[in-house]
Design a protein around this ligand. Structure first.
Ligand SMILES: [Zn+2]
Length: 324
């Protein structure tokens, strides 16, 4: 079996570089004829009016990884406190004893899972619908939804999750072979996610292209918002059958999926400091979206009203003219 590209080390280079509003320097809106337009030019330099994302998606999980890693990597676990073991799945019972006194090698990520790698095994954390992690001081009193702490001396990794759809599991064997990770598709920013891969994978698939992209077996981390945005950027109608995707469109789609995710991760860089400290929810950043949350508003490329439909029970927004 081919091992997925690990994500852990990439962020270290970024560790001390907190980027400030990279989009501010991006191209201004310029008017060109439909078809020749680069949708990236539609991002305005004004503050973003769209609502904040509530559910952690891949960029938020990667931002979390970068936010917490510098504070805990290489440090030894001094205490584990599980206040509420009933998360989506019960917190693994052997976990506390297994990591006590052990040194955390690395904070990695696979899809939307964070992997705390110890020599004795791996703690798998998923943030679910409403989970967040932050670094607090040991004397910071836990709040109602703070379900577990992993203390590393004077730095405590604290998990908060009002809806309790997240998880904390202990895996002693190869974590990539765990049932939650084994069937995951390639990382969207990794080298295995190529236009050729997407093209071949989409053959004979009769589901709508948007649903196909949101399937974690196709590619991980393309949630509803990013699927809407990337399909708009690539000029592809979300309701088309996946099998109708051409090679050229596969190229455009891979490029735009990478672009929208990378752009969000870059924007998340401005929030890294929010992971340290006691108050508030860290790191889930506002971002500029071109179609999601803008149903019936004018398309930023052609001016026609966007169309909003429900597909597979998810909000789907697209332009009937710019997307084919
Ligand atoms: Zn349009």
């Amino acid at each position: 079996m081919r091992r997925p590209t690990p994500v852990g080390r990439v962020g270290r280079i970024m560790r001390s570089r907190i980027r400030r509003h990279p989009t501010a320097e991006r191209a201004r809106h310029t008017k060109t004829s439909p078809g020749q337009h680069d949708p990236r030019a539609c991002y305005s330099t004004r503050p973003n009016p769209t609502p904040q994302i509530a559910m952690p998606e891949l960029p938020e999980v990667e931002t979390t990884r970068r936010g917490i890693a510098p504070h805990i990597e290489g440090r030894t676990v001094t205490e584990v406190a599980i206040r509420q073991p009933k998360l989506r799945w019960p917190v693994s019972e052997p976990l506390a004893a297994a990591i006590q006194g052990k040194r955390l090698r690395e904070v990695g990520r696979r899809g939307k899972y964070l992997l705390l790698g110890f020599d004795s095994g791996t703690a798998l954390i998923h943030l679910g619908m409403s989970g967040s992690l932050r670094i607090v001081k040991p004397d910071e009193p836990p709040r109602f939804h703070d379900h577990f702490d992993i203390a590393f001396g004077n730095r405590v990794l604290r998990y908060c999750d009002p809806r309790r759809f997240g998880c904390l599991l202990w895996v002693e064997s190869d974590p990539y072979g765990h049932s939650l990770l084994a069937s995951l598709g390639p990382e969207p920013l990794g080298e295995d996610f190529t236009p050729e891969y997407l093209f071949q994978r989409s053959r004979k698939r009769r589901v709508p292209i948007k649903q196909f992209l949101m399937d974690s077996k196709t590619v991980v981390g393309v949630g509803n918002i990013y699927a809407n945005e990337a399909l708009y950027m690539a000029g592809i109608k979300p309701i088309r059958k996946a099998s109708t995707l051409t090679k050229r469109q596969s190229e455009l789609l891979v490029a735009q999926i990478r672009f929208v995710l990378q752009r969000s991760i870059d924007q998340g860089g401005t929030t890294l400091r929010d992971f340290v400290g006691g108050d508030g929810q860290p790191g889930y950043f506002k971002q500029q979206l071109l179609v999601y949350g803008r149903g019936t508003e004018p398309c930023k490329q052609c001016g026609k009203a966007l169309k909003e439909i429900r597909m597979n029970n998810r909000t789907t927004v697209y332009c009937t003219d710019c997307q084919r």
